[in-house]
Design a protein around this ligand. Structure first.
Ligand code: MSP
Length: 509
């Protein structure tokens, strides 16, 4: 079984913001979870470099486009590591392996015997920001609503892809696979778009040298989307030198993306794959926007917290936790720095951090740091933990990173109540209740261990620290999300706070 997950490749000429971090973090949670289940995974991310803007800005700065792209690709390449993200490969569309593959891919469509690529003149309004042609109806006051600029009139002889011929194959595909696109309302959106009729689109640009040359007409370059989408396949041919990973990971691929690029991924891309003779992806998950309420943060007041600076202040784990928790994954939602701080204090600091500190402190104090392994078949905790592994896995199988996290948090809340209800400090006063105290401490330690393993995909270093504080092996295999696997240890000490108090950000008024 394999699990290949991709994020959109980011335009190299923008700077990373919280929205980009959001997709990458979500993908990392999903992939790490599959690894915990022993699945053979591959996680791809990278940058999309052939947008016309790259060539324009480079020219303004007196640089060659590639020189300029090399400089700004650095920050993107570093982004995953700053977020604790474990991608297997970082693709650049200027990689030779990608360029060669795109040319082969386009040639395969041209040679498929169905006349799917033809030459025609295109004239229309083109928004450089979107890298897409616009109809009058899509404009607001003559401007692109997303970029606020007037599109340019472009008229040129281009190579076209006969998307219109794929309406029926795509509708058949959508009918046969009702979970091809998730969530369901995005599936409906994509299917309605296909039902509404598909227009052929131009896959080449003339008069600009920046891009991948069309193999049969090198005066033209591939349209940036016809180049970028292909990355999901091309990466498999050169990510591991000397190996072709396509048999291993294609078509069991899942694409993660935001709603703005639904059509490209859910309509154009499967059609292009069918035309080139490849199988379509297994599934696409379309998430909403994470919006940072940045109006409340003001540079002039000196309280600026740029999205990636959040990682510097809070560390990657709290930011990852907050991304998964603040907005239900799949929906749009607003998330403020204040909400990050609040969850840091209340949920990570109090609910989880204090639980670990208190439990280890009690084991240190009442049992001199020794934990006896005394699991009990009739333990209340066992009943709470028994369904957890399957419940969390089922949610993550449908990309519900928010629901899965909430399911784990139910256990965190249960454990906090359990401390209060079982009051180990009372039991410790009564020698005749020593066995009872051992059982309570064991269950608390075991519950915390299970929570750590279940959270390992979300907050990996924190999970390791919790296991270490309890003297447990750092094995986060999913089979360990089960009652009674905590091993007997000595030498447990009161753990230092996992999430030390931080000053609250000062919000501007
Ligand atoms: N280069 C294209 C994608 C090509 S994929 C073959 C592109 N790049 S982008 O940098 O503009 O955006 C990439 C993705 O970042 C978006 O589709 C989305 O997945 C994510 N996000 C950007 N802003 C976002 C938010 N504010 N919130 C959530 N995700 C958003 O499009």
């Amino acid at each position: 079984m394999s699990y290949y997950l991709t994020t959109p490749i980011y335009y190299v000429n923008s700077t990373p913001h919280i929205g980009h971090a959001y997709t990458t973090i979500a993908a990392d949670i999903l992939v790490r979870h599959q690894r915990q289940r022993g699945v053979d995974t591959f996680f791809l991310t990278g940058v999309d470099e052939h947008a016309s803007k790259v060539a324009r800005v480079a020219a303004e700065q007196g640089l060659e486009p590639k020189e300029y792209a090399d400089r700004i690709a650095i920050v993107w390449r570093e982004l995953p590591a700053r977020l604790g993200v474990s991608n297997d490969f970082f693709l650049r569309t200027t990689d030779d392996g990608h360029k060669v593959f795109v040319q082969d891919f386009l040639q395969r469509i041209r040679d498929n015997g169905r006349d799917d690529i033809y030459q025609d003149v295109y004239s229309g309004l083109y928004c450089v920001g979107c890298e897409a042609f616009k109809t009058e109806a899509e404009l607001a006051d003559g401007r692109c609503p997303d970029h606020g600029v007037e599109p340019e009139w472009i008229e040129e002889k281009n190579w076209f892809f006969r998307l219109s011929a794929y309406q029926k194959p795509l509708l058949d595909l959508y009918k046969a696979r009702p979970d091809f696109v998730l969530p369901g309302f995005r599936y409906n959106e994509a299917r309605s778009f296909i039902e509404g009729g598909l227009q052929d689109f131009s896959i080449s640009r003339s008069g600009q040298p920046w891009g991948i040359p069309i193999p049969w007409d090198p005066d033209q370059v591939a349209y940036v989307w016809a180049d970028a989408l292909v990355n999901y396949l091309s990466a498999l041919t050169y990510a591991r030198p000397g190996e072709d990973l396509r048999d291993r990971y294609w078509p069991s691929v899942r694409h993660l993306l935001a709603k703005d690029i639904l059509r490209f991924h859910c309509v154009y891309w499967p059609a292009m794959l069918l035309a080139a003779g490849y199988e379509v992806p297994q599934q696409l998950f379309v998430h909403g926007y994470l919006l940072l309420d940045d109006k409340k943060i003001s540079k002039s007041l000196g309280n600026v917290l740029e999205p990636l600076d959040l990682v510097d202040v809070y560390g990657p784990d709290p930011v990852r936790f907050w991304c998964a928790r603040a907005v239900s994954f799949g929906q749009d939602g607003s998330a403020s720095v204040a909400s990050l701080h609040e969850r840091y204090e209340r949920e990570l600091g109090n609910d989880l951090g204090n639980l670990v500190s208190r439990t280890t402190a009690m084991i240190a104090r009442y049992r001199d740091g020794s934990l006896r392994a005394v699991p009990a078949a009739d333990s209340e905790l066992k009943a709470v933990l028994d369904p957890l592994a399957a419940d969390v896995a089922a949610r993550l199988d449908v990309f519900d990173i928010t629901g899965a996290l909430e399911r784990v948090w139910e256990v965190v809340r249960f454990l906090n109540r359990h401390v209060e209800v079982s009051a180990p400090w009372q039991l410790a006063k009564d020698e005749s209740r020593a066995d009872e105290l051992d059982r309570v401490l064991y269950d608390l330690a075991d519950g915390i261990r299970v929570v750590a393993v279940a959270l390992a995909a979300y907050i990996p270093p924190t999970a390791d620290r919790i296991l270490a504080a309890l003297g447990q092996p750092d094995d986060v295999g999913w089979e360990n999300v089960a009652y009674g696997r905590t091993v007997e240890v000595t030498g447990i000490e009161a753990a230092a706070p996992l999430f030390p108090r931080l000053e609250a950000p000062t919000a501007a008024v």
